[in-house]
Design a protein around this ligand. Structure first.
Ligand SMILES: [Zn+2]
Ligand SMILES: [Zn+2]
Length: 273
C-alpha cells in the first residue's frame, strides 16, 4: 500500500491514521516483548511520518498567513529532523525526505523578518536520564546517550529544580519560539510572495540573496528621516539620498517549474516613479 503525503488533505487521510495506529500498536508490543530493534524501527517510522506532517502543516500555515504558527512548526521540524537523523540510516533518510525538509526548513526560516528573541537563563539543579531515571552528574553517567533511541523511546536529559535567573534579548536564540516581535508590525512579503508561487510543500525552490541598483528617482516617496532603503540602518538623508542610484537588498526565488509571466515581475516596495 502506498500513501501519498504531500498536501494538508493527505495528512487527514484515514489510511494514514490507520498506518500510524498500526505502528503504535507494533511498537507497544515490541517493547512488551523486549524486541528493541523492532521498537526502534517503529519509532523511526512514526517520527518520520510526524515530521512530514508537521512540515506540510507549516507550509499550509504560511500559505494561510499564520506566520507565527508556521514558525513554531518549522522549529519543531528542525528539532525532530535532527533526532531522526541521529537514529536513522541512509535509505531511510532518503525515503523520508529528511534532506529536503532540513534544507527547506532553514530556508523558510531565513525569509522571516524576526531578529529579536527572549532568552531565559536557567539554573538547573540536576538532570536525569529519561530512559532509566539516573541522576546525570559529570562522573556518573548511565549507559544511555542523549538523542539516541532505546526500545522505541528517545533519550533526553530532563532538567529538575530549575530556577530562572534572568531573561535577556538575543539575535541568535537557542529556542527560536521566543519571538519578541508583534507580527502585525512586521513585513512578511517574502513568505507571502514565495508561498503564492508554490502549490505544495515538496515542490523544489531556492533563494538567492543579492543586491540590485535602482535610480534615485524611484525612492522619491522615502522621506529623508526614514531609514535608508539600502538597509544600512542609517537615515536616508545621511546615507544614499545624494547618490544617483541606491543599491538595495534583493531576493531571487528560483523554481523548478515555469511560472506565469505576472509572477516573474520584480516587487519594488518603494515608490514606483
Ligand atoms: Zn539512562
Ligand atoms: Zn543607504
Amino acid at each position: 500500500m502506498k500513501i501519498e503525503l504531500i498536501t494538508i488533505g493527505d495528512t487527514e487521510n484515514r489510511e494514514l491514521k490507520k498506518v500510524i495506529e498500526y505502528l503504535e500498536a507494533e511498537k507497544k508490543s515490541a517493547i512488551a516483548n523486549g524486541d528493541e530493534d523492532k521498537a526502534n524501527n517503529c519509532w523511526l517510522h512514526l517520527e518520520s511520518l510526524d515530521l512530514n506532517i508537521l512540515f506540510i502543516r507549516a507550509f499550509n500555515n504560511i500559505k494561510l498567513k499564520n506566520y507565527r504558527q508556521a514558525w513554531y512548526e518549522l522549529e519543531q521540524c528542525e528539532i525532530k529532523e535532527s533526532y531522526i537523523r541521529e537514529n536513522s540510516y541512509k535509505d531511510h533518510i532518503v525515503a523520508s525526505r529528511l534532506d529536503f525538509i532540513k534544507s527547506k526548513v532553514s530556508k523558510w526560516q531565513s525569509l522571516y523578518p524576526y531578529c529579536l528573541f527572549f532568552s531565559p537563563g536557567f539554573k538547573v539543579g540536576y538532570y536525569s536520564c529519561s530512559i532509566c531515571g539516573h541522576k546525570v552528574r559529570p562522573r556518573s553517567r548511565c549507559e544511555h546517550k542523549k538523542g539516541k533511541v532505546y526500545s522505541g523511546q528517545l533519550c533526553v536529559h530532563e532538567a529538575h529544580d530549575m530556577e530562572v535567573l534572568e531573561v535577556s534579548i538575543v539575535t541568535k536564540p537557542v529556542q527560536k519560539s521566543s519571538v519578541m516581535h508583534d507580527d502585525s508590525s512586521l513585513d512578511f512579503m517574502l513568505l507571502e510572495r514565495l508561498s503564492s508561487c508554490l502549490d505544495n510543500a515538496f515542490e523544489d525552490w531556492d533563494v538567492r540573496w543579492t543586491k540590485m541598483k535602482f535610480p534615485i528617482a524611484r525612492f522619491s516617496k522615502v522621506s529623508k528621516k526614514d531609514k535608508c532603503p539600502c538597509k544600512s540602518d542609517k537615515i536616508f538623508e545621511v546615507c544614499c539620498m545624494g547618490k544617483k542610484e541606491v543599491e538595495i537588498p534583493h531576493v531571487d526565488f528560483l523554481f523548478s517549474k515555469p511560472l506565469s509571466s505576472d509572477a516573474e515581475n520584480i516587487v519594488f516596495p518603494y515608490y514606483n516613479g
